[in-house]
Design a protein. Structure first.
Length: 103
């Protein structure tokens, strides 16, 4: 079966167009949701992240998450101290709800 130059040109152009479209689509998906990371932004995007306790007072806990200081709350407040490693379990407004990682 012979393919004319015009037929070959059409095949090459169609293949190029499909490849560009597929590459753009895959690139967009990986940019928005890279390797399973959720698409949430702001405080909701911190759920599941590890943090370090930087300050504990009677009324407030502060944690460092990705080089940002956040106010936090922990149900086991009595067991939290400066330097503890925790995980962000939930968000209430702009307050992170954390749980200490037992090591």
């Amino acid at each position: 079966m012979d393919i004319s130059e015009t037929g070959l040109l059409i095949i090459v152009l169609a293949d190029t167009a499909v490849s560009l479209f597929a590459g753009a689509l895959i690139g967009r998906i990986l940019t928005r949701y890279p390797f399973g990371v959720s698409g949430f932004t702001g405080a909701e995007g911190l759920i599941g992240r590890k943090c370090t306790v930087t300050s504990v007072s009677q009324n407030r806990i502060e944690v460092n998450v990705d080089s940002q200081i956040w106010t936090a709350y922990s149900p086991d407040r009595g067991n939290i101290s400066i330097g503890d490693k925790c995980i962000v379990k939930d968000v209430d407004g702009l307050t992170l709800i954390i749980q200490r990682i037992h090591t």
